[in-house]
Design a protein around this ligand. Structure first.
Ligand code: ARG
Length: 567
């Protein structure tokens, strides 16, 4: 809102780029330092003066013909401090409507977001939920910025675990159990197989090479599957169908949608084509055993060897990712592609992007790995019968159950699903993606930086509006108090928060914005009587509360969190 005007003013005078000014512009720590502050260091070259002198010069220059959006400008040391016109601020804030925050930054340009990506035949784990929630929030943010986000759920439908499951399915399947709870039955089969095999439940590459009777059976099934064996294929399809049913149950609870859902396996052929091309170009080399590799420079400029085709000529994880990336580029001509994947796959994406670049695919510059940290569980609150695996379904069910108890205890209204799911999503999103998270039941607190606190602030605002009789008094802007100004200013910064979150691929900027917003609302409500104020003041304050409601609702929407009118 006001930020745009200040950027315009600065760019006209200094010819710095808008994006750079937006990056440099600060929010001062104290009100007496203004509402926006511009440190003048970036202008030394242009004006050939000290920053302090530049600040003084610009202060004078801008003050000669002050734009109406500003009250005054001051220089303080190297800083240029802008004070915005509060009457105008109030006018703008009172006018905001349901589309507040939407802006045309993206001009419908396409952004592919590869997220969630669970593995067929295995239960989703917390890493997948973190990816799901992050990716979904990015989809919403880019929608608001008028990009055209394309959400791709890239299912892991290949790998040795599929071979293991086919063996287990033929030997031990309990059909009824599969119908009733596909995720648990498939997990049971997998765990039983691993017990026979006496190998770790977790996947590793080592096991591919060990000579184990059971592992060999799994490898054989996988080979049959790749050869198009009808029976193996039928079982694989069945596993896939049931697995997806289990995933969809979770997506429904989380209210997450994808533009497309595709299996990794579909990209083997394209991937192999790329490998052959790389061999032809001399970029890839063949080992004597037949495996194909590329030597590339990693992030720290070290030369590394990456295999892009197995010695038995089958496609591996990276072969498929090469194929998928190239096909997506052809299909979508994207502006950006974001892979929302666990930090442990950093090397994988580093090599993927480097190899694409070596092969002459310029779109590699547009690819990003949004890497996220681990999720830790305090006191093992979710240890399941199966041992190490924490089932996402159980986490969600338990959270919703706890939310229900909390709501009953408080004797309030509200939907346990919305509170529980909101609490989980908020926990994932308020932290910077790269940070580790530790899960504890504090996420359900109605106070502090939590989802329920924000939902509650919204419900509280709604109940004030409901209690107020329709006043029908013409809106006038009164003399404004500090808490009103602070709340309005914060509301006016919402569009900036969305831009920053989109640019930095970081929904935490919106989560923390929402928290600060709600705190300012509560301060305002504490300091400024509404229902008992005189009619003019009352109607102004009610309208301000309406604007707060709209803003917090939209902010939570961007995090995939639903609000309730009563709580
Ligand atoms: N399914 C993989 C896993 O669970 C993640 C896939 C990530 N996406 C990709 N295009 N590689 O580890």
């Amino acid at each position: 809102m006001f930020q745009e005007k200040i950027i315009e003013l600065l760019s006209k005078e200094t010819s710095l780029k808008n994006e750079l000014i937006e990056e440099i512009l600060e929010i001062p720590p104290r009100m007496e330092l203004g509402d926006f502050s511009f440190p003048c260091f970036a202008l030394i070259k242009k004006y050939k003066k000290k920053p302090v002198e530049i600040a003084q010069y610009l202060q004078k220059k801008f003050s000669e013909k002050l734009i109406k959006e500003l009250e005054k400008i001051e220089s303080k040391g190297p800083y240029l401090n802008f004070f915005i016109n509060k009457q105008l601020l109030a006018k703008e804030i009172l006018q905001i409507n349901a589309s507040f925050g939407k802006q045309n930054i993206g001009k419908k340009k396409k952004i592919v977001i590869d997220f969630s990506q669970p593995n067929i035949g295995k239960p989703m784990h917390v890493g997948h939920i973190r990816s799901t929630i992050l990716g979904d929030s990015l989809m919403r943010i880019y929608n608001f910025l008028n990009y055209f986000p394309i959400g791709v759920n890239y299912l892991g439908d290949v790998g040795l675990h599929i071979g293991k499951l086919i063996v287990a399915y033929e030997l031990w399947l309990d059909k009824k159990a599969l119908q009733k709870d596909p995720v648990k039955e498939l997990l049971r089969l997998y765990v039983k197989f691993c017990a026979e095999e006496k190998s770790e439940v977790t996947e590793g590459t080592e096991e591919e090479f060990q000579d184990n009777e059971w592992t060999n059976k799994a490898k054989e099934k996988l080979r049959l599957l790749e050869l198009g064996d009808v029976k193996a294929h039928k079982i694989w399809n069945d596993i896939r169908k049931h697995s997806e049913k289990g995933f969809n149950k979770i997506y429904e609870i989380l209210q997450v949608n994808f533009t497309e859902t595709v299996g990794q396996s579909q990209f083997s052929d394209k991937g192999k084509e790329i490998v052959l091309d790389a061999l032809k170009k001399g970029i890839a080399k063949r080992e004597t055993d037949g495996a194909v590799y590329v030597e590339y420079q990693d992030k720290s400029k070290e030369v590394r060897k990456k295999f892009i085709l197995r010695n038995n000529q089958t496609a591996s994880y990276i072969t498929q990712d090469l194929g998928a990336a190239v096909l997506r580029n052809t299909k979508y001509k994207f502006e950006k592609m974001i892979y929302v994947v666990d930090f442990r796959q950093s090397d994988h994406f580093d090599s993927l992007f480097s190899i694409l670049k070596m092969l002459g695919y310029d779109f590699s510059e547009k690819c990003h790995h949004l890497s996220f940290g681990a999720v830790k569980f305090e006191n093992e609150i979710f240890a399941t019968r199966e041992g190490k695996v924490i089932l996402l379904e159980d986490v969600l069910a338990k959270t919703i159950e706890k939310a229900k108890k909390e709501i009953q205890k408080r004797k309030t209204a509200g939907s346990p699903e919305k509170v529980g799911v909101g609490a989980v999503k908020y926990m994932f999103l308020k932290n910077e993606p790269i940070k580790d998270i530790s899960f504890s039941w504090d996420i359900l607190n109605f106070e502090g930086n939590t989802g329920p606190y924000l939902q509650y602030s919204y419900a509280r605002a709604s109940s004030i509006i409901k209690k107020a009789k329709n006043t029908n008094i013409k809106l006038e802007i009164p003399e404004l108090s500090q808490s009103e100004i602070a709340l309005m200013l914060k509301i006016s910064r919402f569009p900036e928060a969305i831009r920053a979150a989109g640019e930095k691929l970081n929904p935490a900027l919106i989560a923390n914005y929402s928290y600060e917003l709600a705190q300012l609302f509560n301060e305002f409500y504490h300091n400024c009587p509404v229902l008992t104020a005189d009619p003019k003041l009352k109607s102004f304050r009610l309208q301000l509360i309406e604007s707060f409601r709209t803003t917090v609702k939209n902010a939570l929407h961007l995090l995939g969190i639903e609000v309730m009118e009563e709580m």
